[in-house]
Ligand binder design. Sequence first.
Ligand code: NDP
Length: 605
Amino acid sequence: MTTPQAPTPGELAVLRQRYRLERERRVRPDGVGQYRDTEAEFGYYAADPYAGEPAGRAPLHDTVDVAVVGGGFGGILAGARMRQQGVQRVRIVEKGGDFGGTWYWNRYPGIHCDIESHVYLPMLDETGYVPEWKYAPGEEIRRHAVRIARKADLYRDALFSTTVTSLTWDEASETWIVATDRGDTFRATYVVTATGTLSEPKLPGIPGIEDFAGHTFHTSRWDYAYTGGTPDGGMTGLSRKRVGIVGTGATGVQAVPMLAEDAGHVYVFQRTPSSVDVRDNRRTTAEDVGADRDGWARERRDNYLRIVSGETADQDLVADRWTMSAGLLEKLLPSFRRQGDREAFEAAYEAADAAKMNELRARVERTVTDEATAEKLKPWYRYACKRPTFSDRYYPAFNRGNVTLVDTADTHGIERVTEDGVVVGDTTYALDCLIFATGFSVGASGIHSGKLPVHGRGGTQLLHAWAQRGPRSLHGFTSNGFPNLIQMGSLQNASSVNFTHILDEQAVHGAALVAAAEAGDALIEPSREAEDAWIAVLAEGAPDHEWFHAECTPGYYNREGRGRPNGPIAYPHGAFAFHELLRRWREESIGGILRARTSAPAQAR
Ligand code: NDP
């Protein structure tokens, strides 16, 4: 890779001005209110295109050791790590027809994970599986989720096509009552919530969106019955169709080249271009990744986390565009570390950012032959403003005669949808099929969304308990008043682009909590003092990068241009340090979270 040229101060000033103008073109007064969810009646949301109508079954009223809400990687890993601790009855309850979560629902053409498969796929050491590609296709990942679930014997008690509707702590028996939309009311000694962060599809609230008379769906519910083909292509049903796709985020960037190959004509409705860096996918061999050594995957994953968490590492094992640009993503870390002189550091950071973005804009220019199209595809913002994407096929797709880029920045997105198609400016684009690659509601799933009420001690609802002073927890996992409830997710915890690694560490921690409680015949419940102490740790290093996001183009990273709230929302020193902290806490202090039971001892329950 050639080192990008550092821009001069004059060039930086011009860039700053350009970024400001591009942001102003895009900020909308309605902010996050511009979206609507997909539970609307007008057919965008097929409940489950893969499982069909769920088979009837009798409601369950039994008792299990652990109930897990959600059968994505979070839930599967929680189950697998519980098994390693000897837990017998683990019941995962999942809305979809099988395990996989994101990888169950998202099967759009071209789907791959853009995090290296050897660090993204969990439990490779334990399953002995070596992914075939450096960046795995969605189906390989979904199959790996199933592989872990089978190995951990999680199918035995699982409930699919079932949504948990409430969780209620029963003081007398000191168990949770889990209610579902299939009439189940079963009991569980422990509950783990693993409901994901980007799981509720969202649609733009474009006027007339209900009126479109052609075929339409969201990318997370791809309708192969209509398009034909598979995630690998062959969508013969589109060969004579005019297809519109709205959205050019990580999903759109993967789907567009596939549509370009198969559809009669593709209109790509873009509001903000993504930055699209080199992909360089290739088959891997076991030798490539050192898979002949015990613990190779753990070592590689830890090395990756070190680098993307801003820690120093002796070597970069993955060596891809994520790790090479990791320094530029520090703005996304909870606490942005400034070494030495703040101004000098900021200046160096900005210069490196500008050099990288210049390199990415030059990539567009080199690849896209039509100058006007190339100009529209160039990203004009700082690297960490939007999620970076990676593809070697996206830009070349715009050199085809059957692909038209429609830039909607000046009109803040598509203005109107009619019976026939999409209106942008003076032009109506007549379409047979309109596909929404418009992403997901952020943080709107599970117990934090209000859609799944959790009643703890004295019937208190979790969100009510948090209404006055905000969320309260120890390490993000457990909360006072909600015994034996283990929350997975990034709130007051830690995060990383390699989210399965985060989930695995959370699963290990959750299983250790359960093992400790079982060993002591106790309840897991932090004291209020422990919560206060944890909030103080978070607050002490709370982020000060709000200004950065306030100057970014709008998107879900910055609440559509409003900036990112500063505050005690995550562990401030990054995921790598957080995992170290948890390990130490488990060794030295886990007993502090245990409380004596008042109900019958375990043998009698
Ligand atoms: P995003 O939220 O990232 O992108 C949504 C897209 O829809 C944006 O381009 C947005 O434009 C556009 N959009 C929204 N409203 C309108 C409108 N009214 N008119 C025109 N365009 C509109 O969703 P994705 O599904 O692409 O990605 C969601 C997340 O899923 C990613 O950030 C990533 O975390 C994950 N993902 C991960 C992958 C992986 O390989 N690991 C692959 C795919 C997704 P604008 O930018 O202007 O708002």
